[in-house]
Design a protein around this ligand. Sequence first.
Ligand code: NAD
Length: 508
Amino acid sequence: MTEAHTQIPVAPLGEALAPAGGETAVLTHFVDGAGWKGTGTETQLVFNPATGQPIAQTLRGTAADVDEAVAAAKAAFPGWRQRTPKDRADVLLEAAAVLEANAEELAHLESVNAGKPMPLAREDVDGTIDTLRFMAGAVRAPLSLSAGEYVADRTSMIVREPVGVVAAITPWNYPLLTAAWKIGPILAAGNTCVLKPSEQTPLTALRMAELLAGVLPAGVLNVVTGAGSVVGEALATHPDVALVSVTGSVRSGQAVAGAAAATLKRVHLELGGKAPVMVFADADLDAVAEGIRFAGFGNSGQDCGAGCRILVEESVRDELLERLVPTVESLVVGDPADGDHIEMGPLVSKAHRDSVVGFIDRALAEGARAATGGKAPEGDGYFVLPTVLVDLPDGAEATREEIFGPVVTVETFTDEDGAVEAANGTPYGLSASVWTENARRAADLPGRLDFGTVWVNDHLTFATEMPWGGFKSSGYGRDLSAYALDDYSRTKHIMVNRARGADGTEQS
Ligand code: NAD
């Protein structure tokens, strides 16, 4: 590392959350085990979306900052990879314990920065901790083909190796959780990491790195803040980065895959979604309404798996709406700081709020009707009312594009084949749900749906043991489960020729 590593302490983030109008602290990158002021001069404000007030500043990282962070990760790689799985697992378990001891602070930071209701923010922290614990266990129990004699006199075995320095680029909707879904398997598999959090929600990633400084060896986890077009691009093109993993929009995924092509580095993409919720006439409609309340409006609908495109059998459409509209209207919307009773917070930024309102306005102009909601409320913060759009013309933009807000659309179908065709008729392939009490249909439809996750009578329930990831424009690569460990490692075949005589000469 160079002299540029003047270490300035990361301000305690409690202090960084400056009072309205107060001076905001500048948070540094985190490189080689400590806060680092970087090589650039520009900073960027970080906001509380519930109030619109700035709460901190971060550094706008440069390509030179990325060079420094990658060098630190590269230097740490040999030591980290040579540890046994048990040793790495012990470190990850300790890391999980440290995060657990600081869970309420992390949840609070996430809530203030991402506008998440506290109960949801706590769930994200729980999921973060569980991911580290699962990966610590999974790396000690690898699954692979058996070693054996597949060619006469030769013993074959497969070794799973880390790939090297992995870049992790994360979005703003689940800042800590998406980081953990990457860091957990990346580090467990023996890689080292440079993490670039979303420029809008960097606080929990920085705090996590700071908290884990006493647990992880220096350089194993580095965080560089800044713009995707600068820091993200520099990571995607860096010759010493072996794999770049992105959770974000389709456009960012395409940009990263394109940039990564020059060095032929591996790419892991978790991109957007437009999840259909297929409701058959035999479904339990009360359960459907509750399911959509949770899956369509949780995290203000800013969820790649959000159940946002309702396809309902025409004969029960009105019955479903009679249940759904009051259920959605019962959501308690407000500033998460008001208390744990808040169920839905703001959208992440003014620009994103305006984008969601734009989708609603265009749908209404196309002839759709808002059965409830349909606008942004008056007042501070970037809120949009929970919205149910009905009577949409065929192929309406709102039914095709990822809105990423508290907006669900309702379309109808008349038969099963039509429902499957409509559900699959989207470039996205991340997740879908089928709601039915018919056993044959429940067993048959998931196989006909082109989505990486299909729920039956449920939506947006995750298991750390099970993979998460998409098909088609939703990307490739899997988070969670042992498959994520596979994604962040490489297989090597070692074949040993045993056909040697006692004097060492070859026999065949
Ligand atoms: P985004 O694509 O704008 O940003 C994601 C990250 O990519 C950010 O850190 C950003 O700085 C970076 N980035 C942007 N352009 C880049 C470039 N050219 N090179 C390198 N990095 C670049 O996404 P967002 O708005 O933060 O998040 C919302 C999107 O993420 C939605 O589309 C959502 O569906 C998707 N998402 C997917 C999953 C999943 O598991 N599939 C989970 C969460 C979010």
